[in-house]
Write a protein that binds this ligand. Structure first.
Ligand code: HAM
Length: 435
């Protein structure tokens, strides 16, 4: 045999889901679906492969994402293909494609896996799943309020309390208008390209040093405006500035308050990394220091569907990641213990290989009554088989030896209570049901 053994590690930045991980993943997805559907959201899906053009088109473009973070390749027919790094361009494409058949306002959700070539770290991997909820065709602030209320409800449906997380709220226009005002009051000009660059740069504020942050601003808008922006961030709230869009931001915050959602803070520099956002933007953070990555991010993007032609349909939505979600649930001890138990409820244990097939028959009958049943057809001693059934959280065991096979009189033991019952298989079903 060669010494060059193949590694059992998964590819860098992606995860294998062993049964316990899978059970937790399913629990997360089921809770996501249930909450989204309770708000009347309908589920959709698409392929992980998209033509690369979708992410390069004007309106959807995001330089960092396209140039540094996508998995892009040329297929055998010379087409440029990308593994989707996010779902928003896809859902915009699907909605635009059937705009004449669909009824608006439309509420759709999906749980896609997404691929980003990022440096793997806590809360960031190269493949993650994301609950995406999006509403199209509603311009009123009530839509913005509803989307944030939905995100809030997802977390409370996991058992989270509002002190465990914080909703950060801003509005893209408010930030753009603030930048315009700061430039103007310093007798400087600022172009749209510069505004977008500042917005993207602001998205990195907690991730780089204050010096790097300021230097980045200087590179984009020069010393004078950069120092006005830094001063604004540290010393000034928007309430002092003449910002026309401020009312929109305030009405969303007030709407949330009316629905009883109070763990909201206005964040004048909250930027979000995508160029397509046009209004309300929001992120949710864990209040525990252990998790500093956003649990969720989203916002309003009123022009995105316009890139497929025709009049744009306004959209608003968010993405909530499974990696940060699991970290959040583990940190706050919100994963119920029973979720981690992946063992069957009943284990039928033959004492010798001669009873294996008989055990399979018994398992079949119990299965018909709707229980999860497996047989232990390994070659270990019966005591060891019972021990590992117990360790795995199996509730009932039925040991089958020569005698049981001959007379059909079986004994089922409840491993949690120690109770036993003997009889023919039909009679034992009731015992299994009483757990
Ligand atoms: P995003 O902020 O890039 O937004 O991602 C949303 C959430 O997905 C993040 O807050 C985080 O929980 C998770 N996430 C993102 N990247 C990673 C990663 N590399 N590893 C693990 N988790 C990650 C969007 O993707 C927008 N398309 C969301 C949206 C939907 N906006 C409107 N509709």
């Amino acid at each position: 045999m060669s010494d060059n053994k193949l590694s059992t590690d998964s590819y860098k930045g992606v995860r294998d889901f062993y049964p316990e991980d899978m059970a937790i993943q399913r629990y997360i997805f089921q809770t996501w679906s249930k909450t989204a559907e309770s708000f009347g959201f309908e589920r959709y899906d698409a392929s992980i492969l998209e033509p690369s053009a979708l992410y390069k088109a004007k309106g959807a473009e995001n330089e960092e994402m396209v140039n540094e973070q996508t998995y892009t390749f040329i297929d055998r027919g010379d087409r440029e293909v990308t593994l989707r790094p996010e779902m928003t361009p896809t859902v915009a494409r699907m909605v635009a494609g059937q705009r004449h058949e669909l009824t608006f306002p439309l509420r759709w959700y999906s749980i896609p896996n997404l691929f980003r070539y990022e440096r793997p770290q806590r809360g960031r991997l190269r493949e993650h799943w994301q609950l995406n909820c999006d509403m199209f065709g509603a311009e009123h602030a009530a839509a913005d309020v509803e989307m944030i209320a939905l995100a809030h409800k997802v977390l409370t449906d996991f058992g989270a309390t509002p002190d465990m997380f914080e909703i950060k709220l801003n509005n893209r226009q408010v930030y753009s208008e603030t930048l315009l005002h700061l430039a103007k009051s310093n007798d400087e000009e600022i172009t749209n390209v510069q505004i977008n660059a500042v917005i993207r740069h602001s998205d990195r504020i907690g991730k780089i040093s204050p010096e790097e942050f300021t230097q980045g601003l200087v590179d984009i808008v020069g010393e004078k405006v950069a120092s006005a922006i830094v001063d604004f961030i540290h010393n000034q709230g928007i309430s002092d500035l003449p910002i026309p869009s401020r009312d929109k931001l305030i009405s969303v915050a007030e709407g949330l308050s009316e629905l009883g959602i109070k763990n909201v803070s206005l964040e004048p520099t909250l930027a979000r990394g995508f160029d397509y956002y046009t209004g309300t933007i929001f992120e949710i953070f864990d209040t525990s220091d252990e998790n500093n990555r956003a649990l969720l991010g989203g916002g309003r993007y009123d022009n995105l569907t316009g890139m497929f032609g025709g009049e744009a349909i306004p959209g608003i939505g968010f993405g909530m990641g499974d990696v940060t979600m699991r970290d959040f649930l583990e940190t706050h001890k919100l994963i119920p213990e029973y979720i981690r138990t992946t063992a069957p409820q009943v284990m039928v244990i033959p004492m010798e290989t001669e009873q294996n097939l008989y055990a399979e028959g018994v398992a079949m009958k119990i299965r018909q009554a709707g229980h999860k049943v497996a047989t232990d057809i390994g070659t270990r001693k019966v005591g060891k088989k019972i021990g590992s059934a117990s360790d795995r959280g199996v509730q009932f065991v039925i040991v089958i030896g020569d005698e049981e096979m001959q007379n059909g009189n079986l004994t089922v033991k409840n491993l949690l209570t120690g109770e036993e019952q003997s009889g023919r298989i039909g009679k034992l079903m009731n015992f299994l049901d009483t757990k």
